[in-house]
Design a protein around this ligand. Sequence first.
Ligand SMILES: Nc1ncnc2c1ncn2[C@@H]1O[C@H](COP(=O)(O)OP(=O)(O)OP(=O)(O)O)[C@@H](O)[C@H]1O
Ligand code: SF4
Ligand SMILES: [Mg+2]
Length: 386
Amino acid sequence: MNENMENRTEREEMPERRHGFHRGGKDRHGEGHDRHHGERHGEHREGHDRPHRGDKFLNVKNLWVEYTAGKRVVHAVNGISFSLRKGESLGVVGESGCGKSTIAKAILRILPDHGARIAGGEMWFKGKNLVDLSEAEMEKIRGAEISMIFQDPMTALNPVKRILDQVASVIRLHNEGMTKKASEAIAIDMLKTVGINEDRVREYPHQFSGGMQQRVEVAIGLSCHPDLLLADEPTTALDVTIQAQVLDLIHDLMEQRGTTLILITHNLGIVAEMCDHVAVVYGGEIVEYGTKREVFKNPSHPYTIGLFGAVPSMASDGERLKPVEGVMPDPSDLPAGCKFHTRCPYATEACKDGKVPVVDLGGTHRCQCHHIEEVRAKREKEAATV
Ligand SMILES: Nc1ncnc2c1ncn2[C@@H]1O[C@H](COP(=O)(O)OP(=O)(O)OP(=O)(O)O)[C@@H](O)[C@H]1O
Ligand code: SF4
Ligand SMILES: [Mg+2]
């Protein structure tokens, strides 16, 4: 999303307490409604439904990130803006390589030291611009205030440290004065909750399967009780039962502590269950943004429509994003104009050059496209014939 596409208006409500995404994104009304859907934007009564929800506390403004490898510059994130209030949740979707993990790593400031740089923008978190903070200041924020569940657990876990030590040391780090014994007891409990039995906790990461490693990652991410949780494909390698438990844990954290969530996932059912806003990312830009209801009910960007399938639904029952015909352009050689024009069935000459307008579709809903009206008319016609 460009800067002017930022979510400026009111948020929608949080989804219902869930007992497993496999319920298909339906809330307890069974219709995929957002809770209190009768309330209009701006009419929400602050603080009545959950603790700690207040003013926006994460404000990402016109963020640019690039990687350099020799002469090749990868334009991974290209002018993304969004903001979240405390307790809100944003689902970030888009196909592989579109820049999702880079956004999360930039916020946590854990981009590789060499060859990666934040090329522009601001990231305001609780009144501080993370871009300007020193490494020592960021160290204090990581874990305690912002934590991340990594997409690839093996890169995040220490291969020479036992699982229990890794989880317990994170707990001690954020609970000054806590004894080793006490932290281990909490760690064992947390690991049990993510389905790892006590008899395995003294093993090393390489002795665990990919799914088990991912659960350790989740346990570490949640043990910190962060204000902001960046969950990068947190359930991809897990079976359905454990996925549901992990999502419940994340949801509990949000309920009890007002944790704000950025959830990166390929699974629409999880977005429908967990998130109140959705950002659709393509070529390092947010091409469509809105509340879950706005985007699922009324997908407007040709890429979103392709990704969600012809007739998207909040009751998508764990469905994964659909492949869109063609491939995403190489981010080191992005096309001019709309980055989607090489694959878009609606593309015209106007799409191939210059700035693409950001269309305000009401509420928080924004879409970056030249031909919104034509796209919508066609989608509605197709939906009517299904
Ligand atoms: N350390 C790096 N050096 C060079 N290029 C990188 C590096 N990390 C990521 N990239 C490139 O940046 C782009 C965005 O990568 P990113 O990992 O953010 O994508 P993603 O949307 O998370 O993809 P996936 O869904 O596969 O996880 C990709 O083209 C990727 O190859
Ligand atoms: S701007 Fe043009 S190419 Fe891009 S999504 Fe819209 S219609 Fe397609
Ligand atoms: Mg990724």
